[in-house]
Design a binder for this molecule. Structure first.
Ligand SMILES: *[C@@H]1O[C@H](CO)[C@@H](O)[C@H](O)[C@H]1NC(C)=O
Ligand SMILES: *[C@@H]1O[C@H](CO)[C@@H](O)[C@H](O)[C@H]1NC(C)=O
Ligand SMILES: *[C@@H]1O[C@H](CO)[C@@H](O)[C@H](O)[C@H]1NC(C)=O
Length: 302
């Protein structure tokens, strides 16, 4: 391409993108997590997952920051959510699904979807309709059961914390895993437990719902609990201060990452969760994302 032609197409691309960027400068969107670093262990987001290429969201509800998510705009889904676990002191709240006005250039508090949804919102993120009749449930990365107060639990019901998750995973092994982590926290942690839960996209062919929202092939999670009881039972010792897991979201995936329990009940067969040391998860992420990933920045060491 000649220099002039490439200049022209660059200008054309810029003009095409202008309305999009124009809408963004109005909001309080941040290029980093500076307003919500407290949700990351050692106030440090994972190394290797480039924050600048994506959209950091400090998830704010009722005037308070509740957790953090790294949002992939093109996928219309989060790459991960980071939070501090404190088990729920009440039931799952009855609460409407919410969206993130920041992504559409408006106020910083998440808001419930109304009867009509603004076109800027539809363009900028997933909406209710994407999930309706999609064959996928709304999978929380930060689950409401890991949040103590009602407002903290409600805040997890933003679609910017949600990925398309198969029912067999969401109400099967993955929810069992979430429950297991809560129990582990209750039984053995003496301080905060920092959790990061994210997605692994498909390697080649993409899967989308409503031709808009990317479906992850696997979910992953890791926790860091730097202060724990000194007298751990022998079989729990390897689980502290940090451990990780990968869960299947597609029964037809190969078994090189997580194998399938063939005798599991049909409803949950193929959705196994494998717990593993943090290093094993990081090696898997490294291979899948083609960059060295350090979930807790090498700071949460055995
Ligand atoms: C917002 O937070 C305040 C202070 O914690 C609380 O009194 C109020 O009920 C909350 N409002 C909503 C709508 O959750
Ligand atoms: C949860 O804990 C139970 C009891 O220890 C165990 O049998 C099960 O495999 C665990 N499930 C997951 C998905 O971690
Ligand atoms: C496989 O699933 C069956 C049925 O739920 C269970 O009894 C068995 O322990 C599982 N095996 C493994 C290796 O997890």
């Amino acid at each position: 391409m000649s220099q002039r032609n490439s200049m022209l197409s660059f200008t054309a691309a810029l003009l095409f993108l202008l309305p999009w960027f124009g809408g963004l400068v109005v909001g309080e969107l941040s290029k980093d997590f500076s307003q919500c670093l407290q949700f990351f262990y050692n106030k440090t987001p994972p190394a290797g997952i480039n924050v600048k290429e994506h959209q950091p969201i400090c998830q704010r509800y009722n005037n308070t920051y509740r957790f953090a998510s790294l949002y992939h705009r093109q996928h219309r889904a989060p790459l991960y959510s980071a939070y501090i676990l404190s088990p729920a002191d009440g039931p799952r709240p009855v609460t409407p699904w919410m969206y993130e006005p920041q992504l559409a250039g408006a106020s910083p508090d998440m808001r419930p979807f109304g009867r009509t949804v603004d076109q800027n919102v539809v363009e900028s993120q997933a909406v209710d309709q994407d999930y309706t009749n999609s064959g996928f449930t709304r999978g929380h990365l930060n689950p409401s059961s890991h949040q103590r107060t009602e407002d903290d639990r409600k805040a997890t019901f933003t679609l910017t914390n949600i990925v398309p998750q198969k029912e067999g995973s969401n109400s099967g092994p993955w929810s069992q895993f979430e429950e297991n982590v809560s129990k582990r926290f209750n039984n053995f942690c003496t301080g905060s437990m920092y959790v990061i839960t994210g997605v692994m996209p498909y390697k080649s062919k993409t899967h989308k719902i409503n031709n808009r929202v990317y479906v992850p092939e696997y979910l992953w999670s890791a926790y860091c609990c730097p202060s724990y009881k000194p007298d751990l039972p022998e079989n729990e010792k390897q689980l502290f201060p940090t451990f990780a897991a990968v869960g299947r979201n597609d029964p037809s995936s190969g078994e090189e990452i997580v194998s399938v329990n063939k005798t599991a009940k049909p409803a949950v067969r193929g959705y196994d969760v494998k717990e593993m040391p943090l290093q094993e998860l990081e090696a898997i992420l490294n291979k899948r994302l083609n960059v060295p990933v350090s979930v807790f920045n090498g700071k949460c060491l055995k």
